[in-house]
Design a protein around this ligand. Structure first.
Ligand code: ACO
Length: 410
């Protein structure tokens, strides 16, 4: 980044200039899951509102999912990749423990100038990263920050545990947070909280310094997400409402002035309960949990992009993002929307393909969970839209490890 850009004056305002999302093509239905665990479509819909979720293809990784959403957001903003000064990736399912997934995203989007780091606050990660981006731009340190929320949760789930495997899915959302010379708009208030009493309510026990990976930890299934559903539910319903209220209050708004709430998409019953707690009708709550399940840190970014692109957000609208997650963390941002929603059309030309170089002297194992593989292999082939001829077959071959090429594409 040039000294001139680094020394940029404090902007008149900080605004979202671009947005984008990416959902892998492969759909995993409740009926599919009922072949793996003792559950039913009816149980899952009535308890969670989830009808289906997406599963990343073998050649995809968290970084490639994030990069496709990021490329769309950059196209919508009208910026070039090198205009991005900082890349933040919120995820709890990184490609590796190190390097940061954000570093891989930087390469995949063709940026040569940005700093890059990950933000780990579980499902609240996108909101935490958004507030961080706003602070960097508001303080005059950077002009354009890429915020991605991306998750490949299906590789961290125990597909024999009906309590968890039905809830989560894969995907990515991204926004560009930019300095503006126009006053007004953008984030008007925020709230971020962490309650460590909930540290072991949703967690992934092994692979960290407390319990390093070993044959024993693998044997005990300690590299999968574990969750106390009821405790998490209780925390979520209470905290989502109080966190949103705090952000709205800091913005100097009243709740009835809010046009749209974009909540973390964990469970329709949680969203309904939050609407009730806030005294808002469900028509003011954006919902897509039925189609993507809980995509953790990707959820709010995906929902925001979909809300804008489906005409639910207008210039001047007062919107609130709000999320909760492992930690327990929660976060909310109260924001006045300023960008022209029709700019979302600029993302249509972005081919949903991203490449991350893999190391030369190492091959990963087949990344697909064995139990899922059986179901997915039996399903119809999955066309990726707009992929160049032959690219899909090559990508599939690479995903199965039958190609010596070291490039991973999504
Ligand atoms: N199919 C059928 N039955 C099931 C299933 C399933 N998939 N899962 C659980 N059950 C059973 C339970 O075993 C239990 O049976 P029992 O009474 O014989 O013991 C019964 O259904 C009721 O279980 P509850 O846990 O009480 O069901 P509940 O209505 O609370 O719904 C759920 C469970 C959906 C997990 C809910 O508690 C929830 O949504 N919790 C919040 C989870 C969440 O949002 N997690 C994400 C956190 S974000 C992050 O950072 C990752």
């Amino acid at each position: 980044m040039s000294d001139a850009r680094r020394e940029a004056a404090r902007p008149a305002s900080v605004r979202i200039s671009g947005w984008g999302m990416y959902a892998p093509e492969r759909v995993l239905t409740n009926a599919d899951l009922a072949k793996l665990v003792d559950t039913t479509d009816e149980w899952i819909i009535s308890r969670t509102g989830i009808r289906e979720r997406r599963v990343a293809a073998p050649h995809e990784t968290t970084a490639t999912l994030a990069a496709v959403a990021a490329k769309r957001a950059i196209a919508v903003s009208g910026l070039a990749p090198d205009d991005i000064d900082l890349i933040l990736v919120a995820t709890l399912t990184p490609d590796y423990w190190m390097p940061a997934t954000a570093a891989l995203v930087k390469e995949a989007i063709g940026n040569h100038t940005a700093a890059a780091m990950d933000v780990m606050a579980a499902c609240s990660g996108f909101v935490y990263a958004y507030a961080t981006a706003d602070a960097f731009v508001r303080g005059g340190m950077y002009r354009n920050v890429l915020v991605c929320g991306a998750e490949l949760l299906t590789r961290f789930l125990d597909f024999s545990d009906r309590n968890t495997c039905i809830l989560f899915g894969d995907g990515a959302g991204a926004v560009i947070v930019s300095a503006s010379d126009q006053p007004g708009g953008g984030m008007q208030g925020f709230e971020l909280t962490t309650d460590p009493d909930g540290a072991y309510m949703i967690w992934l026990p092994s692979g960290g310094s407390r319990s390093p990976a070993s044959g024993e930890t693998v044997g005990r299934g300690e590299h999968f997400v574990r969750m106390e559903g009821r405790e998490t539910y209780r925390f979520a319903t209470k905290t989502l409402a109080t966190t949103a209220q705090a952000a709205v209050k800091r913005a100097g708004w009243t709740l009835d002035e809010v046009d749209l709430v974009i909540p973390h998409q964990a469970n329709i019953r949680i969203i309904e309960s939050v609407a009730k707690g806030l005294g808002l009708p469900m028509s003011k709550m954006f919902v897509n949990v039925d189609r993507y399940g809980n995509t953790s840190a990707a959820s709010v970014g995906m929902a925001l992009a979909e809300a804008v692109d489906t005409g639910r957000v207008h210039v001047g609208d007062r919107i609130v993002f709000v999320a909760f997650g492992a930690g327990f963390t929660s976060g909310a941002v109260a924001l006045e929307w300023t960008a022209e929603p029709l700019h979302g059309r600029r993302a249509r030309d972005v081919v949903p393909v991203a490449s991350v170089r893999a190391p030369l002297d190492w091959d990963s194992v087949d990344p697909m969970p064995q139990r899922l593989r059986a179901i997915l292999d039996a399903g119809p082939p999955v066309p990726l839209d707009d992929v160049a001829p032959g690219e899909l077959d090559e990508a599939r071959a690479r995903g199965r490890g039958t190609d010596s090429s070291k490039e991973v594409s999504a």
